[in-house]
Design a protein around this ligand. Structure first.
Ligand code: NAI
Ligand code: NAD
Ligand code: ISE
Length: 344
């Protein structure tokens, strides 16, 4: 069975996903595309030689009977409308993060999916598929480092465009840590607090960068996460879990090491597209395989999208108040309780 995709949003990651489904993965085909910028949709079809219909908007794309699954890669504020339209039409959805930019929006998606009666949606939290994070989870689940007590994370980008705003450090960037960490430690967040250290001269006038976020979990684990999106030197993701009996580190990206001119060194990536390239492949292959084998996607759920949005909203509130803000989650519906672990 070939899963036929309609793509909404042919920007940076839309094209990356089109490329991997078309050239690298098995079981999927792009049959329709749309973008608010129609020129972008046309050029994507040309660039990848797709046999795909170009639609004027998400609604007409979703209505195409030839489309089995919708890939939502538009910008965050547009996601909710497209996901709801797809669920309404009974289509599978792979939606890039954030599922919606508000917790209320995620809840509307959760409710629509439950009303439909089976899982249709997977959120693009690809780090759960990264072999480094999977190894960290194994070290924690097997009790190798004992009970986790603290976690220290770093999420640095070399630079961002002028349209990147202070809240995006949370909704667009930290959101990956928000998702992967609660999965890693099987715990939920209790409170968050955001601090603004001295501002880098490289940040736009309107952007607070870097930011330091503290998240506390129900069991008392304290996480400190730094977001620094104008660090200049590279795309750098770090995670260190400090346990009762030892410490576990997320593996560094492994490039070749060199010895030259009295220096020993290795390279650091500049582009986010490369850092989790295997994880992007795995998440989409799993989406296609699970639908084929079980009739439902197996990866991060709409409920995970909701948890991330509630936590992100609390962080954005703390950006404004400077205070510790509670993370108030609704009770997890039974519909999502028996889900299999997204990734073992
Ligand atoms: P982008 O700006 O390069 O592309 C977005 C595209 O969506 C643009 O072509 C835009 O014209 C189109 N678009 C926006 N609203 C639309 C709508 N309502 N209908 C149709 N098309 C629409 O953005 P990028 O970097 O590709 O990001 C897209 C999404 O992917 C975002 O949600 C972002 O958070 C997520 N993303 C996820 C990453 C990950 O590591 N999982 C990495 C980069 C982005
Ligand atoms: P982008 O700006 O390059 O592309 C977005 C595209 O969506 C643009 O082409 C834009 O014209 C189009 N678009 C916007 N609104 C639309 C709408 N209503 N209907 C149709 N098309 C619309 O952005 P991007 O970097 O590709 O990011 C897209 C999404 O992917 C974002 O949600 C982002 O958070 C997510 N993302 C995820 C990762 C990741 O690591 N998982 C990485 C990058 C981006
Ligand atoms: C982008 O949208 C991503 O998802 C990347 O993974 C992240 O590192 C970057 O900061 C975001 O803007």
């Amino acid at each position: 069975m070939t899963l036929k995709f309609g793509v909404i949003g042919t920007g940076a990651i839309g094209r990356e996903h089109i490329k991997r489904i078309t050239n690298n993965l098995s079981g999927g085909k792009i049959v329709a595309v749309t973008d608010v910028n129609q020129e972008s949709a046309k050029s994507a079809v040309e660039e990848y030689g797709l046999d795909a219909v170009i639609y004027p908007d998400d609604k007409t794309l979703v209505a195409d009977a030839n489309v089995d699954a919708v890939l939502v890669t538009s910008w965050g504020p547009a996601h909710e409308q497209s996901v709801l339209a797809a669920i309404e039409a009974g289509k599978y959805v792979f939606c890039e993060k954030p599922l919606s930019t508000t917790a209320e929006g995620c809840m509307r998606i959760v409710e629509a999916e439950m009303k439909h009666g089976k899982r249709l949606v997977q959120v693009g939290f690809m780090r759960r598929y990264d072999s480094g994070y999977v190894q960290l989870k194994e070290a924690i689940d097997s009790n190798y480092i004992g009970e986790p007590l603290m976690i220290r994370c770093v999420h640095r980008n070399p630079e961002v465009g002028d349209n990147y705003t202070t809240d995006m450090a949370i909704n667009d960037t930290l959101i990956h840590e928000i998702d992967v960490l609660h999965w890693l430690i099987n715990d939920d967040y209790k409170s968050v607090q955001v601090a603004f250290p001295k501002k880098t001269q490289r940040a736009a006038a309107h952007l607070q960068d870097p930011q330091l976020i503290t998240l506390e979990t129900n069991s008392g684990i304290i996480i400190t996460a730094e977001v620094f999106v104008n660090c200049k030197y590279g795309y750098d993701i770090q995670c260190e879990v400090i346990g009762e009996d030892g410490v576990a580190y997320l593996p560094e990206f492994s490039g070749i090491a060199t010895r030259k001119a009295a220096q020993f060194g290795t390279s650091i990536l500049m582009d986010w597209k490369q850092r989790f390239i295997d994880a992007y492949d795995k998440e989409l292959q799993d989406f296609m395989d699970s639908i084929k084998n079980t009739g439902e996607p197996n990866g991060p759920t709409s409920w995970d999208g909701y948890i991330a949005a509630v936590t992100a909203d609390a962080c954005v509130k703390s950006q404004q108040t400077g205070e510790k803000e509670p993370v108030a989650l609704a009770e997890k519906p039974a519909f999502y309780k028996n889900e299999k672990e997204a990734v073992k």
